[in-house]
Design a protein around this ligand. Structure first.
Ligand SMILES: NC(=O)c1ccc[n+]([C@@H]2O[C@H](COP(=O)([O-])OP(=O)(O)OC[C@H]3O[C@@H](n4cnc5c(N)ncnc54)[C@H](OP(=O)(O)O)[C@@H]3O)[C@@H](O)[C@H]2O)c1
Length: 337
């Protein structure tokens, strides 16, 4: 079997120091799959959890970290019709992007437009498709909506803020933990119209003021426990809350069900990685229309991808430290040499 280099974890799981560049089997594309030579991959919070053994790898997926990438098609499995060798692509994977080569179902790939660099393309799939699913598919965002986005400076948060503005939201309030992040979120094109430091201010009271007491139509939440009561308070009649993570904890000691009933709230959990390839293929087909609107930070598009820092893959440990310390505004990307 041919070999390739990949980022591996000593002992299969563990702290950042267990990450190393090693050798493993090169994947072989089977029916409907495409082999991609990776140029760059994006870091996601779930990579940190998976490294520590706290994130289940979907059945059939590679146990190597990494769910998004950009690269070139180098081999085609049987029956692949959409792609040719040499095509420049980016896409989603169930795992395996921290490697020289990755096997991917053909429907999970997108054509890399010329106006996106390899780094920019690798920064898009997980964040923008997650935000698209939450805001457009489940949140049914429409012109005039008021939207609240937590973890506003996270990769997914940034995507959701811009998509909400591009969809005609009347206000988009973002929360984060530092003045620098909040100022930056207000300064970017199609950025937040209002911001709240959730550590020092009451975001429910703030969105109450911003919406003249009406509340927000959509909450994009990643925080769970600590934000639950204020999220419910923040929502308007017929509001929708889409839960993408529970960063502060899963359990809420006391829940006022009356608010959910009388405000006719819809609370929707949403995951992406665990969904079937067929589901993701269909979602990506819908998302394709959005790709033309996406540019790099200085690309002039209505929706932009912001790169926090780019690391060579020899410095994968530093990249994980940067995310673990919550230092990023935008994406951390790793390039393969
Ligand atoms: N369900 C899905 O389909 C799906 C898909 C992709 C990602 N996600 C989840 O979405 C979240 C963001 O992912 P990402 O890769 O974009 O992460 P990221 O860029 O690393 O950002 C995460 C941010 O969340 C904030 N945060 C962390 N702990 C918090 C807490 N206890 N309370 C409030 N805020 C907290 C921090 O910023 P501040 O504290 O400054 O706000 C942190 O920088 C992750 O939890 C990830 O697992 C879910």
């Amino acid at each position: 079997m041919s070999k390739m280099r990949a980022v591996l974890i000593k002992g299969g799981q563990g702290p950042i120091e267990n990450l190393y560049l090693g050798e493993t089997d090169k994947p072989v594309p089977t029916k409907g799959q495409v082999l991609v030579k990776i140029v760059a991959f994006g870091l996601n919070r779930m990579d940190l959890l998976q490294r520590q053994g706290g994130y289940p790898v979907p059945p059939g997926a590679s146990s190597i970290l990494g769910v998004e990438f950009s690269g070139r098609v180098t081999e085609l499995g049987e029956g692949v019709t959409r792609w040719a060798i040499g095509d420049e692509v980016f896409g989603l994977a169930g795992g395996g992007a921290y490697a020289e080569f990755l096997n991917c179902d053909e429907g999970l790939l997108l054509k890399k437009p010329g106006h996106l660099s390899w780094v920019e393309a690798a920064s898009i799939p997980e964040n923008y498709i997650t935000a698209y699913q939450a805001l457009v598919k489940y949140g049914e965002v429409k012109k005039g909506d008021h939207v609240l986005v937590h973890a506003g400076a996270s990769g997914v948060g940034l995507a959701a803020i811009q998509m909400a503005r591009e969809s005609g939201a009347a206000t988009v309030t973002a929360t984060a933990s530092t003045t620098e992040k909040l100022e930056w979120l207000r300064s970017i094109p199609n950025g937040a119209t209002h911001t709240v430091n959730y550590r020092t201010e009451d975001f429910a009271a703030e969105v109450g003021k911003t919406t003249n007491g009406r509340g927000v139509d959509i909450v994009i939440d990643f925080v769970g426990q600590s934000h639950w009561a204020k999220n419910i308070q923040s929502l308007a009649i017929d509001g929708r809350m889409i839960m993408l993570a529970t960063l502060s904890g899963n359990e809420v000691p006391s829940v006022n069900l009356g608010q959910i009933l009388y405000k006719r709230l819809r609370i929707q959990g949403s995951t992406l990685r665990s969904r079937s390839s067929e589901y993701q293929t269909e979602l990506i087909a819908r998302f394709r229309d959005f790709v033309d609107k996406l540019t790099g930070a200085n690309g002039g598009g209505p929706i932009r991808t912001y790169i926090h820092k780019v690391y060579p893959w020899t410095e994968i440990q530093s990249a994980h430290h940067e995310m673990a310390d919550n230092k990023n505004s935008g994406k951390i990307i790793v390039e393969i040499q």
